[in-house]
Every structure is written in C-alpha cells, then in structure tokens.
Write a protein that binds this ligand. Sequence first.
Ligand code: UD1
Length: 367
Amino acid sequence: MKLLHVVGARPNFMKVAPVLRAGAAVPGIEQVLVHTGQHYDAAMSETFFRDLELPAPDENLGVGSGSHAEQTARIMVAFEPVLDWHRPDWVVVYGDVNSTVACALVAAKKATRIAHVEAGLRSRDRSMPEEINRILTDQLADLCLTPSRDGDANLLAEGIPASRILLVGNVMVDTLLRLRDAARARSLPQQHGVAGREFAFVTLHRPSNVDDPAVLNELLRALEDLGTRMPVLFAVHPRTRQRIGEFGLRAPNGHVRLLDPLGYLETVSLVEAASVVLTDSGGLQEETTVLGVPCLTVRTSTERPVTVTEGTNRLVASTREAIGSSVAAVLEAKARGAFQPARPEGWDGKASERIIAALSAARAVAG
Ligand code: UD1
C-alpha cells in the first residue's frame, strides 16, 4: 500500500509525524511525504521537522505565500504532476489549511482515494478560511477520520454516509504524549526567568484578531494589562508581526516579551508551565486540555468543543475588559483546583495506529 501524505503549514507537521511513524512500523507500506511550502520560514517549518524527527519531504512544491486564490491555485498546479508521478493508493491530508483542500481537490478529480485526518470539526463560522477548507475537504474525502464524536455528528448532518466516517481520536495527542519529556528538557521557563513563577503564554494569528487595527490594538493593550499581573511571553506569528508594523501599533509595554515563533518543543515546554494560555490557535486548545492548563481562546466559536465541555478551554471576547475578567476568573478557579488534565475519548496516543489500521482495512475491502 502506498500512502502519499500532504503537509503545508505549521499545524500539519504535528499531525503527520505520528502517522508516518505508525505507517513505517507496518511492513508493506510505502510512504511519500509532500510539503507544499505554504509555510517556508525556518521557524515555521524546518524547526518543526527537526523537533518532530520528521524525514525530509520527498517533494517540496515551494508555493510560498499569496492570496487564498493564488496560494490554493499554485498548490493545485504544482501537486498534479507529483500525484501523477507517485500514483499512491491514498492521498492523506491533514487539518484545515489551504494545502489540505487544494490537494484533496486535485486527488478527487484524479479518482485517487483521499483520507482526511482531523475530519468533521466545525466552528460554524464561515468567515474563517479554515471552515471552508474543512467543509470542502470532508465532502471530497473517501474516509473522514475524526478526532472526536462531535466530528462524526457534524459529518452525518452534512449528508456524509456513516460508512465514510471513522472516529480514530486525536493525532496531536500522539505527538504531545511522545514528546512531552523532550519538551520539558528544553527548560524554556528557566531560560526566560519564569520557572516556578506565574506567567502567561500567548499566541495570536487569526485574521479576525490581527487583520483589523482596532481589534489588534485592543488585544495588545489587553496583554499590557495582563503584564501588570504576571510576565507575559508572546510568541509572535509572522502575520501578526507584519500587521503590528503595518498598522503602526505600539508594542505592549512592561512585562510583555515579544518572542519569535517558537518550535514545537519550546512551545510545549512553556505551555505546560504556564498559569494561563491566551490563544486563537486550534492546536493549543487541545494541548492545554491534555496538560490541564487553563486556556482562554480569543474567538467567538471553536471547532473543538470537547476542549470546552471536557477540557480546560474557555472562549473569550477580544476586548480588554473580557480578557481581564476572564483571566481573573480562571486564576481563581485554578487556585481551587478546577483545572485538571483531561483525555477525551480517543485522545490516548494511539490515534495514528488506528489510522494506519483503517487505511489498510479499507484497501483490503476495496481489493
Ligand atoms: C495558516 C493557516 C491557519 C493556521 C496557520 C498556522 C490557512 C488558510 N491558514 O495561516 O489555519 O492556523 O497557518 O500558522 O491555511 N508567512 C511568513 N513565513 C511563513 C509563512 C507565512 O512570513 O513561513 C507570512 C506571510 O506574510 C503570509 C502570512 O504569514 O502572507 C500568512 O501565511 P499563510 O500561510 O497565508 O496563513 P497563516 O496565517 O500562517
């Protein structure tokens, strides 16, 4: 069986790593890794390949940045001959980035079977580019591999037959559990002088938070407020750094430290030790749930509801007031022991093994 895995942007790398490992452990599986080049800076890509012990990609399409249409189109054009050349049994796509939907669309037109890892998540907010990518990729996929039961329900409600849906659990958790000790050994809190102290860890990069000057300014001022309470370590995505410069916004004063984007191990090292995480990332909502760290997600919706119902995640509005009062409430609840590590169904470190088993079984059925 030949699997062709497609990755492009930062959150994909944590998801493909365990699936590649699980595939490599099974005799008779040939695997090809394609990197579209959607993310290309060393801090957004190479560092992750190193931290996650990923093999170098077999193919790098080198598409780079652009508008959504440009980027998606460039990925499609570059991917088509690669698919023709490798002729895999399955194209495996991950998550909800532009590379995911672009390669799924190419594969579907070439009658190549598609497996979507992290299928079924829905924020119900179509202003998010990721929501469009999720809906379309799931419609195209032959096998929708879901991380949680809400994913199965969402897919059924959209008319996808049950025979195409399989709950396998969360591959991000496979990676987190495998690399948790290695992350700890990075000792980022010590390096930043916050070991054993209260501190906040922050990431913000969603267009809804950083593309509007008024919203971004409000968030920077909220961080400044938070900095009066505890040190704030803010890992700044390239898009966010660009916007702060472009809009001429004042960087937060005081105890807010602006860091370059961090690698995977560095991020987990800080997240695990943080008193609170403030973010709009999808992955951090999941990682904080497993680690039992309070997470405030600066969004009006989440496609990962189990992180709220079973985990440590709370949604918060993008205002100084809302963030200030939520931080206070969360710290008070934390002091009462309200936040404990949670393991939703299938978040057990074995999702990638279930994925490889499912792909092998589906191939056997199809003959
Ligand atoms: C993409 C994903 C998003 C994911 C995020 C993680 C889509 C639609 N969005 O958003 O779901 O949460 O990745 O980071 O696929 N840039 C660099 N260096 C890089 C990559 C990007 O400087 O290596 C800058 C470029 O100016 C680019 C901007 O960041 O225009 C945005 O990059 P892009 O890949 O379009 O989207 P992200 O915001 O990273």
